[in-house]
Design a protein around this ligand. Sequence first.
Ligand code: ZN
Length: 279
Amino acid sequence: MLKTFLSLLLALSLAFSSKLVATTYPVYYPLKYIAGGLHSVDLLIKSQADPHEYELTPKDMKKLADANLVFSLGLENWEKYLLTELPRGKLVFLNQGIGLIKYGNFPDPHVWLSPKRYMLVVKNINSTLINFDPAYRSHYEDKYNSYVQKLKELDREYENTLKNCQHRIIVTTHRAWDYLAKDYNLKTISLMGVHAEEEPKPSQIKLIIQTIRHEGIKYIFAEIGQDEKVANFIASQTGAKVLFLNSSLFPQEPSDDYFSIMERNLRSLKEGLQCHSRK
Ligand SMILES: [Zn+2]
């Protein structure tokens, strides 16, 4: 009798639990945190592959077809392509109300690198879950509130650390930090565009070398997991040192999440921009 009851209970809980898929790490971390206790939460791109130039495989398409709901920022071309492939209502884009930076017709996808903007993404995740599953509203609200609390603390830490820096220009290889720069009163200059595998133009290399010399910049930033050749060349020409940033939020350690990676990025920025926190 008890056994039958237990298996009935298990069957019921499985019936209620849904398959949620996040396309990339910046969406996966908060989705897992907010909905993980109730639903299975999976990630589409688990490799360190460049999320901007990702090519969907038949296996990916199967995973997306099996999901109840797919969460995506909707700012990459391959994410927009999914609109035509997945049934209406299954795919959710989380970029509403974020105030996107655009280069021509193309939005900059890196909204997660500014904790201020990222709060809006997490808000969109929460309201999507509540619409999808209103019975668990209070569960989602509780989890969401504690996530946002941590994000607010991180935002304050970014504000305080990046307020008093000797340099205000972030020299990077990959153009990923414009949202951060806009929200924390910094500037960026990048070797390559948003699509990291582009070849840098010689004129851009020259401009960057001039800027580093003119501003007396001591550090430049390369991307973890991407080719450092050009960064090393610029370093050799200017005497600047190379530091690393993680823009895709790919976990460098198994326990990594949004907060641990963004803390590491902040330490790198603090060193590179020569910031001195005042108490
Ligand atoms: Zn990027």
